[in-house]
Design a binder for this molecule. Structure first.
Ligand code: FRU
Length: 478
């Protein structure tokens, strides 16, 4: 199908699905979602000409993965978003099975998109092309076709270009699988964005003594933060280890030092960015205020996708809230972008309370779409627990120094959990949407993200502890 036909078909799908979406109580209130169909990775994050642009992987035609479009939202304030026409549709031979993930940069007042043209040939073999598209207004894009072809030594699992400028040069990292079927990040450089020189692997494979670390690395992002170089990456093929790597695929980062001239990257250990159930393919960008903001897909390609109830209403998945990231010590901290305070409609509860051997509930705290902050001042028991809407349970076990999130599985309603080690608990910051939760612990030292599907009328939020706990609680309706 040509571009016009694909665009028309997509807008027909959007229109047809509007009544279903309007009655879906799981539709989120303050997260970016597809108007219809399936959303996955955030793409092309950029602040351009006074507006934030968030593009995303989008299959308008089904709630499964297919030939992806780039959907597009813009905002002046990170709060109210405008839906724009799709930026890229898979109309050309070099992208016919999907305009896959990528990034955006500004150059001479224009916006340049870099993305992967995904092609399956007649024998169902994959081909990959790194492509470029240009725009003057940030809304309509002119495709320039492939600028990079697959180099020797790599399989066609070679994708997700992230481009940036540093000291007058352009750089690109790509997610890759080498011929030994090891996941890697590779580097290219360019002086003009059109001619790219291959500089070889930057991380993964056997570099830096990492050893066996997955068969494919997706969606890399390399950026300087403070005095360090952070590499985000989404490796596939890590085995669960204790509380680590519990999801099918992981997303995390290395902190280190990268030398552009030699492409040496010395780095520390891989650290997971989020310890919940639904988080993948994070990407960052620097905005006009010099903040490094992160969005991720609040989902994952795994066997739970098929059980999400929103499928019945013609859509699936969402992006996380925007999070500002900072380095503290050897860790990335994430905190909700400060603009999110503008979502607050009313302060329903603000009190210093004590809880001891009882289940406490306050009617003002009950609800669905809300922000809740807790500051712990004293904790004598071993357990502190919050239950939400008869579906989620958050528990800090002080004796084991473990924070656990439980939810009812989409598949069969049984309880499933994710845990992370936490030496002490000082504060909890929750962002609750109709069917999602984002939990920021200790000022963003750990974050847990999950979708959950509770009964719409069930709004109870309770607190309990097996010893005296003093806590300052604030709750806003959003
Ligand atoms: C990550 C990913 C990317 C790819 C895109 C396709 O979720 O698999 O590697 O470009 O999704 O939609």
């Amino acid at each position: 199908m040509n571009q016009q036909e694909l665009l028309q078909l997509a807008s027909k799908k959007i229109e047809e699905n509007k009544p279903l979406i309007a009655k879906d109580f799981n539709r989120l209130q303050f997260h970016l979602m597809p108007p219809v169909g399936l959303l996955n990775d955030p793409n092309g994050l950029i602040y351009f000409n006074g507006a934030y642009h968030v593009f995303y992987q989008w299959n308008p035609f089904d709630t499964t993965h297919g030939a992806k479009f780039w959907g597009h939202y813009t905002s002046k304030d990170l709060i109210s978003w405008e839906e724009q026409p799709p930026a890229l549709v898979p109309s050309e031979w070099y992208e016919k099975n999907g305009c896959y993930s990528g990034s955006a940069v500004e150059h001479n007042g224009k916006m340049y998109l870099f993305y992967t043209g995904n092609v399956k040939n007649e024998h169902n073999e994959r081909q990959t092309y790194q492509c470029m598209a240009v725009s003057s207004d940030g809304i309509t894009f002119e495709k320039k076709g492939p600028v990079i072809y697959l180099p020797d030594g790599y399989t066609p699992h070679f994708r997700d270009p992230k481009v940036w400028q540093q000291n007058g040069r352009w750089y690109m990292v790509l997610g890759a699988q080498n011929d030994q079927e090891e996941g890697q990040v590779v580097l290219y450089t360019s002086l003009d964005l059109e001619n790219w020189e291959f500089k070889g692997p930057l991380a993964g494979g056997n570099l830096n003594g990492l050893g066996d670390f997955g068969y494919m690395w997706e969606c890399p992002d390399l950026f300087r933060l403070g005095a360090q170089d952070v590499l985000l990456v989404s490796p596939q093929g890590l085995e669960p280890a204790g509380h680590l790597y519990q999801n099918l695929f992981q997303s995390g980062y290395f902190i280190g030092n990268w030398t552009p001239e030699t492409n040496q990257y010395e780095h520390g250990p891989f650290i997971e960015l989020d310890r919940g159930f639904d988080f993948y393919a994070p990407q960052t960008f620097e905005d006009d205020q010099g903040r490094r903001l992160l969005y991720a897909w609040m989902g994952l390609t795994d066997d739970t996708e098929a059980y999400q109830p929103t499928i019945a209403n013609g859509w699936i998945h969402a992006l996380t809230i925007p999070r500002e990231i900072e380095i503290k010590g050897n860790k990335l901290y994430q905190k909700p972008a400060v603009e999110l305070t503008h979502l607050r409609k009313s302060l329903d509860f603000q009190q210093q309370v004590s809880i001891e051997n009882e289940v406490k509930t306050w009617t003002e705290i009950n609800g669905t779409v809300s922000e809740i902050r807790l500051e712990m001042s004293q904790m004598e028991g071993t357990h502190f627990e919050i239950t939400l809407r008869e579906n989620l349970k958050l528990r800090f076990n002080q004796a084991e120094k473990l924070f656990t999130l439980e939810r009812k599985s989409f598949k069969d309603g049984t309880t499933e959990s994710r845990s992370c080690e936490l030496p002490i608990l000082t504060d909890i910051h929750l962002f609750l949407d109709t069917s999602s939760i984002e939990i920021f612990l200790n000022g963003g030292q750990e974050v847990m993200t999950a979708r959950f599907f509770a009964e719409p009328f069930e709004q109870t939020i309770t607190f309990s502890s097996n010893g005296k706990i003093d806590v300052f609680i604030e709750k806003w309706s959003l």
